[in-house]
Design a protein. Structure first.
Length: 346
């Protein structure tokens, strides 16, 4: 089968790789009908993660059709449509059972060498009975796919911020995860969601979602946040970028006794945590990887009910064969690109 493979920094090649096969009783083979290119794929693509091995298949955002099931699978059958978490979790361990599948003791990541990547014609999903969620036929791939990664991550970020009705929420970043953090924050009935970024096309998307765009290249976001909050600062700040300057900026936006919730994938050297300032101001700071399985079913329900439409952030749809171009325009933000999805089967 064909798959997008990593061949060194900034080099993705679609090439033939072995077909995935059932290896364990809880495996499912999925025919991938749509796969996303995610910001965390780009951490490998641009060399920040420094993975010396090459030839491995990439991708971890996927939706597809079940074509084969292992002997222990009872909740899926061939022909079912399913979306899956970017990490396969067992469903049985302490962490899975307590709502933290992101800390599963047997977790396995798609792409990144560990498991085959999802930007491929087919995908082996371990512990599929738990890792996958059934998708109703009425929901398009485009609406459902992001519950397996960036929508759930944005929702987790907002959920951990403990937003209360009437709150002022500042979201740092209007990339794909930031946009979903904004969309999710709006589900908690805040007074306003302020979207802080500097890319015009991203801010335009924030506006379409219902957030207030704040162009940090034109205005001082601290002043805007204060204008909306009687001078106090934001009740909740959500961070969805994952670099030191954006994490540090959260401490300037948050009000005393407010909450910062961060989900940006932070791979830089540690930054100096403002411990004393946080102590004096009673700041709550939370950071982490989304336990996707906790949210997938709930969010699929909200989408099916017509409350949100995650497909609106897709700017580019292309065949799997064009994956190299997809990575290039997503990484370099060409063609006003916000989100690319690939179609392995046309
Ligand atoms: Zn991802
Ligand atoms: Zn587990």
């Amino acid at each position: 089968m064909k798959a997008a493979t990593f061949q060194g920094p900034l080099k993705v090649v679609v090439q033939d790789v072995p077909d995935p096969k059932i290896q364990e009783p809880n495996d499912v083979i999925l025919k991938v009908t749509t796969a996303g290119i995610c910001g965390s794929d780009v951490h490998a693509y641009d060399g920040r993660m420094n993975i010396p091995a090459t030839g491995w298949s990439m991708g971890h955002e996927y939706i597809g059709e079940v074509v084969e099931t292992g002997s222990a699978i009872t909740n899926f059958k061939p022909g079912d449509r399913a979306v899956g978490s970017f990490v396969a979790s067992c469903g049985e361990c302490y962490f899975c059972k307590t709502g933290w599948p992101s800390q599963c003791v047997k977790q396995q990541f798609f792409g990144f060498i560990m498991l085959g990547g999802a930007q491929a014609e087919y995908l082996r999903v371990p512990n599929a009975h738990y890792t996958l969620e059934k998708v109703p036929d009425a929901l398009s791939d485009e609406k459902a796919i992001f519950t397996g990664d960036i929508f759930s991550t944005g929702y987790f970020c907002a959920d951990r911020g403990e937003i209360k009705p009437g709150d002022v929420v500042a979201v740092v970043g209007s990339g794909p995860v930031g946009l979903f953090a904004q969309m999710s924050a709006l589900m908690f009935e805040p007074k306003a969601v302020l979207a802080i970024d500097q890319m015009p096309e991203r801010l335009e998307m924030s506006k379409r979602i219902g957030a207030v765009p704040v162009d940090m290249s034109q205005v001082d976001p601290v002043a805007v946040v204060k204008e909306h909050s009687e001078g106090r600062g934001a009740d909740v700040v959500l961070e969805a970028v994952g670099i030191a300057p954006s994490l540090e900026s959260c401490f300037r936006y948050v009000r005393a006794a407010g909450t910062i919730s961060a989900v940006g994938m932070y791979t830089e050297p540690e930054f100096a945590f403002p411990m004393f300032q946080s102590f004096l101001r009673d700041i709550s700071f939370k950071i982490g990887v989304c336990p996707v399985k906790r949210y997938m079913g709930k969010l699929l329900g909200e989408i099916a009910a017509g409350k949100v439409d995650p497909s609106m952030i897709i700017t580019h749809t292309m065949p799997l064969d064009d994956a190299a171009r997809g990575y290039d325009i997503f990484h370099h933000r060409k063609e006003n690109c916000i989100k690319v999805v690939l179609k392995p089967h046309g």
